[in-house]
Design a binder for this molecule. Sequence first.
Ligand code: GDP
Ligand code: MG
Length: 438
Amino acid sequence: LAEKLQNTLRKLKSKGKLSEAEVNEALREIRLALLEADVNFKVVKEFLSKVKERAVGQEVLESLTPGQQVVKIVYEELANLMGSHESKINWASRPPTVIVLAGLQGSGKTTTAAKLAYFCQKQGRRPLLVAADVYRPAAVEQLKILGQQCQLPVFSLEEGCSPVDITRLSLEQAVKSGYDPVIVDTAGRLHIDEEMMDELRAIKGTIQPHEVLLVLDAMTGQDAVKVAETFHQQVGLTGVILTKLDGDTRGGAALSVRAVTGCPIKFIGVGEKVEALEAFHPDRIAARILGMGDVLTIIERAQAAFDQAQAREFQRKLRQKDFTLEDFLEQLKQIKKMGSLDELLSLFPGSGPFKQLKGLQVDERELLHMEAIIQSMTPEERRNPTIINGSRKRRIAAGSGTSVQAVNRLLRQFSEAQKLMERLSELSSGKKTKGKGF
Ligand code: GDP
Ligand code: MG
């Protein structure tokens, strides 16, 4: 999926302006990629219509090319689809918080119970694990071993006790000993059946958990969506934990589960070890699905730094050939927020010629030097640096406590920044820039 989407989006990136036909073309490919990754058909349809609605006719941010703008929309809608915020555990106002894990056999319930307990322990809580999978003695043993590994208490009873009794008694124990949260590992089946649902409903009715989390194997694709739908209808879920998102698992399940059930994905399992549990970040998964985390980071940063209104002001100045060294200084302050210009430059096809700006790291000290140099110039020189001759350069260097080389470097950088500004303004006004060659 990542590869497919990336290819599609790469094609878009080099185009000047997006027509509706181009958007449609791109979305058709994205559609195929999503369906191939087992994303639910309805989800794909809804997703793409949203993207299209936003992509066609939307004002392109001034610091982005139209192609980047579509990347951004695809990414944002992907994140939205999976819940726009990171979901947390719904902690009880009066402890203990009770968390029941449900799911099919092999989905990773027992492992996840231990992971979640470990996760909570790291946050300074005192979790109690409860072994309520009474049908397989090995399951109780498995939980005990996992508990021992990270010194977590495991509550279990003799064979013959019902899961409802176990959970009820474990809760009493937790209250008595001050355990919080109580994490209940329940029995799964290979397939959804009435007995499993009845048992879960009984447990839910008895202990009234604050969370009923469905543990879902992300590798099962479309089936995961069906399982989630059924559990949600028959038992009522508060959230989902997607396991086995490590390795080359596709993102399809994460994409559909939230949209189809409305249940937030709260955690993801990323390995067999007890520490391999992470909070679910929709934006991160979206970036991962797109396989373009780096590009997105750049876009976000560029957007934050180049305030739209400011960009407009710069454009106005450019049109009036009024982009001065003082404006350049303002720009450098923006660049400082972004780290360096390199990543931004790499987004421009044919940015090779911006040699002076490549590798330009703007730190506090450098900025002070540049400011000093600019302040040592006359107002006329600041507006039109080409009038600065050799002897003036020496005076400016002396006046600012820098060197002639530093003055020269700044002037070269300024001249390239002017070109970059022109380029940016052309891109955002949609002019073709192909073959312009700086
Ligand atoms: P249960 O039947 O639902 O209790 O499932 P288990 O907890 O026994 O897990 C079934 C298998 O999946 C075990 O081999 C686990 O090690 C493995 N497993 C669980 N979660 C993950 C995960 O996030 N990543 C990987 N790679 N394996 C996992
Ligand atoms: Mg188990």
